[in-house]
Design a protein around this ligand. Structure first.
Ligand SMILES: Cc1ncc(COP(=O)(O)O)c(C=O)c1O
Length: 400
C-alpha cells in the first residue's frame, strides 16, 4: 500500500468554525521549533499573555491558552471551579449550554437549569428567579455567543446578577472573542474560555482562558483536588505563571500552534479590537441585506443577532444539504448546517475573523443565489446589489 502526502483543497470557510486563517498565521506555524523551556519561548509565552489580556480586555494574571480546543477551555473552568455537591445555575439556549450542564454533572456538581428556546438569548428574568430560588448556588454559567443558533446573550447583566447573588460567573466566549464586544474586567466576568479557530482566525486546538482573582482564590481554596490532572490549574500555573522566576514542566506545549496563536493575536492587536468588532458588524450588514433580498428570514431577532454567526431559515421545500454540497463542489465554499431542532431548517453562515470580508460576502451571496435560482426558489439579481448598497453606504474607511 502506498501512502501519499495530504494536500487539502483551498476552501473558503464560512461555517460555524473553523474560519479562514490568515496566511501570516500559517507561515508562523512553520517557523523553527524550539524547546518548551527555551528562554525565547518563555518570552513569547509572556507576550502571549499580554496579547490575550488585550483580547479579553482584562488585567487578570491567570490568562493563558489551554493546550487543547475550546471544549477543553470549557472543561478547565468546570473542573477547577466545581467541587462535588456544588450547586451551579446553568443556562441552556442551544447546544453549548447543554455541554456545560454535562460538565457540571460529571464533576459532581448539582446543575440547576434555566432553559430558553433555541434562537433566544438567555432570559435575565429566569436567571434572577433561579438565583433567588437557589441561594446556596455558587456559580452561574452561560454562553455569550451561542454558535448553534447565532443568539447573543447579555453578559454584563448576567454577571451583575451573579455578583449580586454571591456567585462566580463562567462565560463561554468561544465564538464571541474578537468578533463582538467582550470586556472581561468591566463586566466582572470570573472565568471565561474561548477557542482559537473562530474570530481569532487561528488554527483549531487552543483555548484561551482567563480567571479573576476571586476565581483563583476559589481554585486555591478547594477542599478536594481537581479531578483532571491535565486541566488542574494549580499545576498548569507552575508552567504558565511559574514561581520565584522559575517554570516547572507540566506538559510539552504545542509550540508551533502557539506561534500561530501569537501571530493571530498580533494581527488582532494591529487591527484593534474596536475595528475588528466594526468589521464583523459591517460585513454582517451586507450579508443580511443580500439574504433578505432573497426573501430568507433570520432565526434570531435583530436585537440579539450575532454578526459573526448568521442563522438563516432554509426556504420551504429546499433540501438544505443539496445546497451546501453545491456550494462546496462548485465554489469551494463551506457554510454550516443547523443542529438539534434546527437540523435541516437553518444554514449557519459564519463571518469570523479573517473570513469577515467583502469578497467572502459576495461569493456566498452569489453562490447561494445561483444555486437557489436553479432550484426555482429565488429570482436572481437581487442579493448582490443589496449587499453592494450597504458597502457603499458604509465605506471601508469609516468602519474599517
Ligand atoms: C460556543 C461554543 N462553545 C464551545 C465550543 C467547543 O469548541 P471546540 O470545538 O474548539 O472544542 C464551540 C465550538 O464550536 C462553541 O461554538
Amino acid at each position: 500500500m502506498t501512502f501519499r502526502s495530504f494536500f487539502p483543497p483551498v476552501r473558503t470557510l464560512m461555517g460555524p468554525g473553523p474560519s479562514d486563517v490568515n496566511p501570516r498565521v500559517l507561515a508562523a506555524m512553520s517557523r523553527p521549533i524550539v524547546g518548551h523551556m527555551d528562554p525565547v519561548f518563555i518570552a513569547m509565552m509572556e507576550d502571549m499573555k499580554g496579547l490575550l489580556q488585550y483580547a479579553f480586555q482584562t488585567a487578570n494574571a491567570l490568562t493563558l491558552p489551554v493546550s487543547a480546543p475550546g471544549s477543553a477551555g470549557m472543561e478547565t473552568c468546570f473542573a477547577n471551579l466545581v467541587e462535588p455537591g456544588d450547586k451551579v445555575i446553568v443556562c441552556i439556549n442551544g447546544v453549548f449550554g447543554g455541554r456545560m450542564r454535562e460538565n457540571i454533572q460529571r464533576y459532581g456538581g448539582i446543575a440547576v437549569t434555566v432553559e430558553d428556546d433555541w434562537g433566544q438569548p438567555v432570559s435575565l428574568q429566569k436567571v434572577e428567579e433561579a438565583l433567588r430560588g437557589n441561594p446556596d448556588a455558587s456559580l452561574l454559567a452561560f454562553v455569550h455567543a451561542e454558535t448553534s443558533t447565532g443568539a447573543c446573550s447579555d453578559v454584563e447583566a448576567l454577571c451583575e446578577l451573579a455578583r449580586r447573588h454571591d456567585c462566580l460567573s463562567i462565560v463561554d466566549a468561544v465564538t464571541s472573542l474578537g468578533g463582538i464586544p467582550l470586556r472581561v474586567d468591566d463586566w466582572g466576568i470570573d472565568a471565561v474560555y474561548s477557542g482559537s479557530q473562530k474570530c481569532l482566525s487561528c488554527t483549531p486546538g487552543l483555548a484561551p482562558v482567563s480567571f479573576s482573582e476571586r476565581a483563583v482564590a476559589r481554585i486555591r481554596g478547594r477542599k478536594t483536588p481537581v479531578q483532571s490532572w491535565f486541566l488542574d490549574l494549580n499545576l498548569v500555573m507552575g508552567y504558565w505563571v511559574g514561581s520565584g522566576g522559575k517554570r516547572a514542566y507540566h506538559h510539552t506545549a504545542p509550540i508551533n500552534a502557539l506561534y500561530a496563536l501569537h501571530e493571530a493575536l498580533v494581527i488582532l492587536h494591529e487591527e484593534g479590537l474596536e475595528a475588528s468588532w466594526a468589521r464583523h458588524r459591517r460585513h454582517h450588514e451586507a450579508l443580511r441585506a443580500g439574504i433578505e433580498a432573497m426573501g430568507m428570514p433570520f432565526l434570531v431577532d435583530e436585537a440579539h443577532r450575532l454578526p459573526q454567526l448568521n442563522a438563516v431559515m432554509v426556504p420551504q421545500g429546499v433540501d438544505e444539504m443539496a445546497v451546501r454540497t453545491a456550494l462546496l463542489d462548485r465554489y469551494s465554499l463551506e457554510i454550516g448546517a443547523g443542529l438539534g431542532p434546527y437540523a435541516g431548517r437553518i444554514w449557519r453562515i459564519g463571518l469570523m475573523g479573517h473570513a469577515a470580508n467583502e469578497r467572502n460576502v459576495l461569493l456566498c451571496l452569489g453562490g447561494l443565489e445561483t444555486v437557489l435560482a436553479e432550484m426555482d426558489v429565488v429570482t436572481p439579481g437581487h442579493a448582490l446589489p443589496a449587499a453592494r448598497a450597504i458597502y457603499s453606504e458604509q465605506p471601508r474607511a469609516k468602519a474599517a
